[in-house]
Design a protein around this ligand. Structure first.
Ligand code: SF4
Ligand code: SF4
Length: 371
């Protein structure tokens, strides 16, 4: 596939022609010293010249004035917010003039999103959800409709946050498939430029509309070098091959007692995780009582009542809930869905108020003396 050089003006033109093609562009925006994924209309809304500072329990943004678009990785939001919304009316029902109930199904299938700035770990998380919601035993038709209409502009990582560990999970830093256009941001002498690679026929068509210049072999090689340097710079890692068996073999380890002493069961780690998808169903009515709604809402295995059935809760202690979460992510997800439930994005580390670090938890199982 040919690769092209885009500057910010050409990239903004890509955003405008996607909008004209009825796509709603979703990209990162910057507010309150944090990053959010929201609808954008113009590249001016993108937080250019900011880098993220992430550590266990900490997130902030620093201005760099470099003009670069992608010096940060991601905030708490993940793309599941649009593919699998936190709250969705599944159907509502009201009485007709004859007093009989009419049921109406809510449909999101008309949505056409163009995701701008999807990282490799995030694309891996989307692929995991595709296997569950499109190809799995119980397909979610709404998810499939939204997903099949998605246009993905991915970004190869030439920066990494201190909490990233995608390289060890084999989910990054380079996007390998599942995108329409992949961008790599490098510096051409002194100015930032983006090297764009089409990943689908649709991506190729949109890029050709921009009439961009071809990227030289030298620029393409520079991209490869910058991506490779991210692998060396990642400090955190998980030896997933070993850990998936070690956690299962040590399911009664005191390691879980030690970690869960700090855990507040706040649910943050599950809500920010791009692969977590537990939900609950609630039935409610409007204030008149005339219309009833069935609503699906994100839920969390850290919630005390998550496992409540007749006779009580199955996982009443925080330890049992932390153990469920970690062992599902790193072990049982393989049995259930054929892959790890963790893609190494590091969000659960950054957004845990207690600073609990999944890479440290995993490492503890490789050092039996710590248990
Ligand atoms: S591990 Fe951290 S983020 Fe997750 S529930 Fe416990 S305190 Fe909250
Ligand atoms: S478990 Fe943590 S690091 Fe892994 S994908 Fe979820 S949020 Fe990211």
């Amino acid at each position: 596939m040919p690769q092209y050089v885009l500057d910010h003006t050409i990239l903004n033109y890509l955003i405008s022609i996607l909008s004209e093609s009825e796509y709603q562009i979703i990209g990162p925006v910057h507010r309150n010293n944090s990053l959010f994924l929201e609808p954008i209309k113009d590249l001016k809304q993108h937080p250019a010249g900011f880098r993220d500072v992430q550590a266990p329990g900490k997130f902030s943004l620093e201005k760099t004035n470099s003009g670069k678009l992608f010096e940060f990785t991601h905030g708490a939001d993940s793309w599941k917010k649009f593919l699998y919304p936190s709250e969705k009316v599944l159907f509502f029902a009201n009485k007709n003039t004859e007093g009989k109930l009419n049921f109406h199904i809510e449909n999101s299938s008309s949505k056409r999103y163009a995701f701008f700035g999807v990282r490799s770990c995030e694309l891996s998380a989307i692929n995991i959800h595709d296997e569950i919601f499109i190809n799995g035993q119980f397909p979610d038709h709404d998810y499939a409709e939204i997903r099949n209409n998605c246009f993905i502009i991915a970004v190869n990582c030439t920066v990494c946050s201190d909490t990233c560990f995608c390289a060890s999970m084999n989910t990054g830093p380079e996007v390998k498939s599942g995108y329409d256009i992949a961008l790599t941001e490098i510096t051409d002498g002194k100015n930032p430029v983006l090297i764009a690679k089409p990943g689908s026929e649709m991506g190729k068509l949109f890029l050709e509309k921009l009439s961009p210049a071809a990227a030289s072999d030298g620029l393409i090689q520079k991209c490869d070098e910058e991506i490779a340097s991210v692998i060396k710079r990642q400090k955190r890692k998980v030896n997933i091959t070993a850990v998936k068996d070690l956690v299962k073999a040590n399911i009664n380890s005191v390691i879980f007692d030690k970690i869960s002493e700090k855990c507040m069961s706040c649910t943050n780690c599950t809500l920010v995780c791009p692969t977590c998808f537990c939900s609950n169903i609630e039935d409610t009515t409007d204030i008149t009582g005339e219309t009833g709604f069935r609503i699906r809402k994100w839920d969390s295995c850290f919630r005390e009542n998550f496992t409540e059935i007749h006779g009580g809760k199955i996982r009443g202690s925080i330890k049992s809930r932390y153990r469920q979460w970690l062992s599902h992510k790193l072990t049982n997800w393989f049995d259930q869905f054929g892959s790890s439930g963790c893609v190494g994005c590091g969000r659960c580390i950054t957004w845990c108020p207690a600073g609990i670090d999944i890479t440290e938890s995993a490492e503890a199982f490789e050092k039996p003396e710590s248990g």
